[in-house]
Design a protein around this ligand. Structure first.
Ligand code: GAR
Length: 204
């Protein structure tokens, strides 16, 4: 049984999807720790309600990044974390953190990377006028959404989409793809040399 730590800064809908689909009997992995850098993050409530050890680890600013990452690593090691899933964790990680979990930090991003990295990806897709966007599960490196791609799901941009409707459709795809990839990753079936796979829409 692999032990996953989830780092989240916001609503935590991806955390919830991971809990719902992995913390079940005979799963090869479980969410065993939830950490947020934002005190008001709904992800903290979701973790507590699921009975998972859940912590708020504040950061005090950029100059404190190394110390924040040191605290995160200590906590994750204390809870015997095998790998990490970022789920709306809105902070870049440096070598200090990533070297503790080499090739073992996953992230979900709401676009078909390398298109539309960074913040507001659905809005960027609408502004660019693309007809197809989606979500990407990738390994995390020190760049902004630049790590090796593990899996993607395509989501169409509809005629009268707005940011809210498109975000919601992309997140539905993330909620299916991320737990699926996390399960395969726990089983050793997904790594940065492939297999890369694509899923169409929301039905893996
Ligand atoms: C997700 O859509 C995730 O892809 C995005 O933040 C959202 C968090 O939602 N992450 C990024 O944009 C990272 N660059 P959630 O808190 O409901 O899971």
């Amino acid at each position: 049984m692999k032990r996953i730590a989830v780092l989240a800064s916001g609503n935590g809908s991806n955390l919830q999807a991971l809990i719902n689909q992995l913390n079940v009997p005979s799963s090869p992995a479980e969410i065993s720790l939830v950490v947020s850098n934002v005190a008001s993050a709904h992800a903290l409530t979701r973790g507590r309600e699921a009975g998972i050890p859940t912590f708020f680890v504040p950061h005090e600013g950029k100059e404190d990044r190394q110390n924040h990452e040191k605290l995160l690593v200590q906590l994750l090691q204390e809870y015997e974390t095998d790998f990490v899933c970022l789920a709306g964790f809105m902070r870049l990680l440096t070598h200090r953190f990533l070297s503790a979990y080499p090739q073992r930090v996953l992230n979900t991003h709401p676009s078909l990377l390398p298109s539309f990295p960074g913040k507001h990806a659905p809005e960027q897709a609408l502004k660019a006028g693309v007809k197809m966007t989606g979500c990407t599960i990738h390994l995390v490196d020190e760049g902004i959404d630049t790590g090796p791609i593990l899996a993607q799901a395509a989501v169409p941009v509809l005629e009268n989409d707005n940011v809210s409707s498109l975000t919601s459709r992309i997140q539905s795809a993330e909620h299916q793809l991320y737990p699926h990839v996390a399960r395969l990753f726990a089983q050793g079936h997904v790594h940065n040399k492939g297999p890369l796979f694509f899923l169409n829409g929301c039905s893996p």
